[in-house]
Design a binder for this molecule. Structure first.
Ligand code: 3PG
Ligand code: MG
Length: 397
């Protein structure tokens, strides 16, 4: 992968696509800096060379043009603080002001442009819009791993307006891919993939793909109940995708045929309401009573899953085991996080990806104790499924 390392940016202006789609609170303050921090080395390399940087990003999914809530002006201070320098901002990514500011950037200066998705053309992959964006610089750098699975104007289409000597990847992108390769190419065995989250439908492809590589696939979170229902269990009012029962069954069959251990929870923490104040119980996961819903894996499952994780040499984790945001239903997710940390300290390689599992690992202050925390969710899954991403192919091909 060709990175910013191989280009001297002296006297050059770089258009850098970053993924600053970061969470904001009600006061529009950034609540998780991970994605901003992760892009700093790339920006600093360009500035240190004597170049200047035009940062382009999306924030959220605005549907009706400019919207206060989705303005990137809210993150100016956070970016400036991480870069330890002031930055300029323009409130329209292709407006006259933006071009005036980008064309007059001096060496060492950084300009942040307003949310690309304020234009519908961005998500449509519009060529004219992409060409306009390309005019902001001499070199195009893609460091937006989290958005690299989208074939949008700024992530993919824009690359065609630069020759190969003037396109490259940032350090974050290269780091993400290098770490994913550790999991995908010749992972140390045993390899366990821990897949959680609400829906089976979101994870079918990834589970199938992982069967080519993993020795153990651990299922947790809301999606477990679709599997349990499919094998004849009673799931009460737990989350369940009734139209995916056949898919769940075929995954179980496939795992058997391939000799993969597909693990389902054996017990579950149930509540009579989706609330931390609801009545609680623990039961066999196949015998949830009417009116009750499973919101976390149970204590026996935590022990079983932790043992499998501790005996593994490669660990991939995507998706929480339960509703870890509520204290009564966090034990499963926390238990898995602790087991991953323990395995890592004994030499296992662990990669965590996806917004919710990353939020969980941060909640328990364990991010520094695993091998790699990805800035991608959808991008990570799609890379594992497809072996590449539109944002990567656009530069490499
Ligand atoms: C993300 O957070 O998933 C990326 O920034 C991409 O955003 P999107 O899912 O709205 O395309
Ligand atoms: Mg997404």
């Amino acid at each position: 992968m060709k990175t910013v390392e191989s280009i001297s940016f002296s006297g050059k202006r770089a258009v850098v696509r970053v993924d600053f789609n970061v969470p904001l609170n009600d006061q529009y303050q950034v609540t998780d800096l991970t994605r901003i921090t992760a892009a700093i080395p790339t920006i600093n390399k360009i500035l240190k060379d004597g170049g200047s940087v035009v940062l382009i990003s999306h924030l959220g999914r605005p549907k009706d043009g400019p919207t206060e809530k989705y303005s990137l002006k809210h993150i100016i201070d956070a970016v400036a603080k991480e870069l330890n320098t002031s930055i300029k901002f323009s409130d329209d990514c292709i407006g006259a002001d933006a071009f005036q500011k980008s064309s007059s950037l001096k060496a060492g200066e950084v300009l942040l442009l307003e949310n690309l998705r304020f234009y519908k053309e961005e998500e449509k992959g519009d060529v004219v819009f992409a060409e306009k964006l390309s005019k902001h610089g001499d070199v195009y750098v893609n460091d937006a791993f989290g958005t690299a699975h989208r074939a949008h104007a700024s992530t993919t289409i824009i690359a065609q307006f630069f020759d190969t000597a003037h396109t490259c990847f940032g350090f974050l992108m290269a780091g993400e891919v290098a770490n994913l390769k550790k999991v995908m190419d010749h992972p140390a065995k045993p390899f366990v993939a821990i897949i959680g989250g609400a829906k089976v439908s979101d994870k079918i492809m990834i589970i199938e793909k992982l069967m080519d590589r993993a020795d153990h696939i651990i299922i947790g979170g809301g999606m477990a109940f679709t599997f349990i229902k499919a094998v004849g269990g009673n799931v009460g009012k737990s989350l369940c995708e009734l139209d995916k029962l056949d898919v769940a069954l075929s995954l179980i069959t496939k795992a058997k045929e391939k000799g993969i251990h597909l693990h389902l929870p054996s017990d579950v923490v149930v509540a009579d309401n989706f609330s931390n104040d609801s009545r609680l119980n623990t039961c066999d996961i196949t015998q949830i009573e009417e009116g009750w819903m499973g919101l976390d894996i149970g204590p026996a499952t935590i022990i079983n899953y932790s043992n499998i994780i501790r005996e593994s040499k490669t660990i991939l984790w995507n998706g929480p085991m339960g509703v870890f945001e509520m204290s009564n239903f966090e034990a499963g997710t926390k238990g898995v996080a602790v087991a991953i940390v323990s395995a890592t300290s004994h030499g296992a390689y662990s990669l965590i990806g996806g917004g919710d599992s990353v939020a969980a690992i941060n909640k328990y202050n364990l991010a520094s104790k695993v091998s790699y925390v990805s800035t991608g969710g959808g991008a990570l899954l799609e890379y594992i499924e497809q072996g590449s991403l539109p944002g990567i192919s656009a530069i490499e091909e």
